[in-house]
Design a protein around this ligand. Structure first.
Ligand SMILES: [Zn+2]
Ligand SMILES: [Zn+2]
Length: 350
């Protein structure tokens, strides 16, 4: 969900793209999306949207997967108006398999077999501390897999089951491509905006001290996140995180929109915590992941609560654009929040 620009190209080795705190990072300051340019530039937005959803990226694959599941593999049908045995288990199984493929596959590629070595990897090798008592089972990966498979998959599935029952009963208002093609298409980027704002609000609340200690500290054990870290959360956070799907009580939609929003979060969290900017072969990026915006949150703690689409962080002065105390100049938070947050983060880590 980080901001995407068309950086393309090969893994840079220039001093300008590196710093002593990072192995690699994208050009900073991170670019913004053109939604919020003033005066408005609708043509630039249209051009950016087409480029964003047609380039090889995790997000494009999630869109394709939502269409595949919603239109062919597991469409909503009348039988889903009740939670009879059978179909709910198939939905759970599909989510578990999708998570295993995305989180497990990326973990094996990036971290177990180090197929692309350190190309496009944010953290330096010595920054990753993946063992320790703070992790359940004493190891980051096993800890993260536990929270993901035991809690995240069932909670996300519960939200999907609720949505499917609502569609089947006609409580969620359905729209089709044939009747409303423009609205149907525009709902996809609109949902990413909604998700960005929703995530900012719940995530900002989870950094309130009592909630942080009780709930969100589980996620922040991961200072140097890997794909399995994306959904390594307390189950209360899972319930809040996937509550974005409640928007469909108000918003007319098709089940593929619900699935797109679900996969954006369920599968986007693992890809967005990869620790790498892109999947690459021979130094060339073949699949953009754009995870640096949120990676900065794990590094600096009290910044970048949202994502690039809805720039609430910038407006509320909690945005970190990648510049600053990483060896690239000024404090990127633009306030004293950076220093304060780092002190609290160290305290929370013990
Ligand atoms: Zn956080
Ligand atoms: Zn995170």
């Amino acid at each position: 969900m980080a901001v995407a620009d068309d950086r393309g190209g090969e893994a840079p080795a220039s001093a300008a793209a590196m710093s002593f705190r990072w192995n690699w990072h994208p050009p900073v300051p991170l670019a913004g999306v053109p939604y919020w340019d003033w005066p408005p530039r609708p043509l630039a937005v249209a051009h950016w949207l087409v480029a964003y959803f047609t380039r090889p990226s995790d997000r494009t694959l999630f869109l394709i997967f939502a269409l595949f599941v919603g239109l062919w593999l597991q469409p909503v049908d009348a039988a889903q108006s009740t939670l009879s045995a059978g179909w709910p288990l198939e939905v759970l199984l599909r989510n578990v398999i999708a998570l295993a493929v995305v989180a497990g596959g990326l973990h094996l590629w990036f971290h177990t077999y180090r197929v692309q070595e350190s190309a496009f990897e944010y953290d330096r090798p010595d920054a990753a501390r993946r063992r320790g008592r703070r992790f359940f089972l004493g190891h980051q990966t096993w800890d993260n897999m536990f929270w993901t498979m035991v809690y995240a998959a069932p909670v996300a599935t519960a939200w999907e089951l609720l949505a499917r029952v609502m569609y089947a009963r006609g409580v969620f208002t359905g729209i089709g491509f044939a009747e409303h093609p423009v609205v149907f298409v525009l709902l996809f980027p609109l949902l990413t905006l909604w998700q960005s704002a929703h995530f900012f609000v719940i995530h900002r609340a989870l950094h309130w001290k009592p909630l942080y200690r009780w709930v969100h500290a589980v996620h922040h054990r991961n200072v140097s996140p890997t794909p399995w870290s994306g959904l390594a959360m307390h189950p209360v956070e899972h319930v809040l995180y996937f509550s974005s799907l409640a928007i469909f009580f108000l918003l007319p939609s098709h089940p593929v929109h619900m699935l797109f929003l679900l996969f954006w979060q369920l599968l986007g969290a693992p890809s967005g915590h990869s620790g790498f900017d892109a999947l690459s072969v021979a130094g060339r990026r073949i699949l953009a992941l754009d995870a640096f915006f949120h990676h900065l949150h794990h590094r600096h703690f009290e910044c970048n609560y949202g994502s690039g689409e809805f720039p609430l962080d910038r407006w509320l002065r909690t945005g970190h654009d990648g510049t600053g105390h990483d060896g690239t100049g000024h404090d990127g938070t633009g306030s004293a929040a950076g220093n304060r947050s780092r002190r609290r983060h160290r305290a929370a880590q013990g």
